[in-house]
Design a protein around this ligand. Sequence first.
Ligand code: SIN
Length: 352
Amino acid sequence: MHKTLITTLLCLSSFASLADNINNPTIEILATGGTIAGVASSQTSSSYKAGKLTAEQLISSVNGLSNLANIKYEQVYNKDSGDVTLNDWLKLYGEVQKAAENPSINAIVITHGTDTLDETAYFLELTAKTTKPIVLVGAMRPATSMSADGPLNLYNAVAVAANKDSTGRGVMVAMNEKIFDGREVYKTNTTSVDTFEAPNDGPIGTVFMGKVEYKSKTVRPNTVNTPFNLNGVTSLPDVAIIYEHVGVNTEMLDHILDTKNLKGIIIAGVGDGNIPSYEKDFLTKARKKGIVIVRSSHVGSGHVTYDYNNLDTTYGLVSGDDLSPSKARILLMLSLMKTSDIKQIQEYFDKY
Ligand code: SIN
């Protein structure tokens, strides 16, 4: 009798979250590795190997997923996300597009290492051509850890993907009960489970035990509303990042300009995207070589003021808005596939 009551209550709570779902959704989980698939030698060890469990093992460790959706899966790769390459991104993009174009799939969840999850989210936000929900998820503790965060994060990510209000929101990240827009999200703490934040805009919603609540909309145009198309693309332009600091050795900077095929540079400036005045020769040389330079900041939040210190008009630079250096690099790579005109690239940075 007691057991029957518990079962009935469990079923009712499943129906409560199912009511908000797309009707009988099918979700494809694209597994790429990371700590969510990580294995350690003990439950409390801080040293472990990321990308060990297969997609199948990951999914079967999460109870209740089949109450939310029909689950399909694909192992795209199984890596520490620090090892993800641009070719891996193109492969992942291809898998996302395949699922997006498959009429029997309603939404996509990508399991990913947290170290570069925010970069992958923005890359797909700019390139995936679909209005179907795409939700990235990871974990800060390996699957074998005491209080592993992966299973509930994955459950919640599937709930977000299955939710009827998730369509048309571009790429999202569901971590630690919060939902973020893929452009705005950043990893902010090296070890905490509450590491993902959107410093400029905050989360767009919450997901608690599968219950999804949105509080704001994704504002920037994304996915189907960007001009960046990767169909048939096999490589991306080379863009370097220079991290400004006290006492930069300009001889080292000059060596960067010898890099074959270098098309762009992101300056991770100090403060408001500022660049030391003694780098003026470097900036001039780089621009003469046709290298496009975008100013961003390594402060961690806030916008870079257009033409701060007259840098943009003096040297012909692009102002990187509120993108971090690594996200500015993604937008510059994609922009350079279309143009090297800095006026047009500035427009891309103002918009996307
Ligand atoms: C990784 O990014 O693959 C390792 C770290 C993590 O997933 O938290």
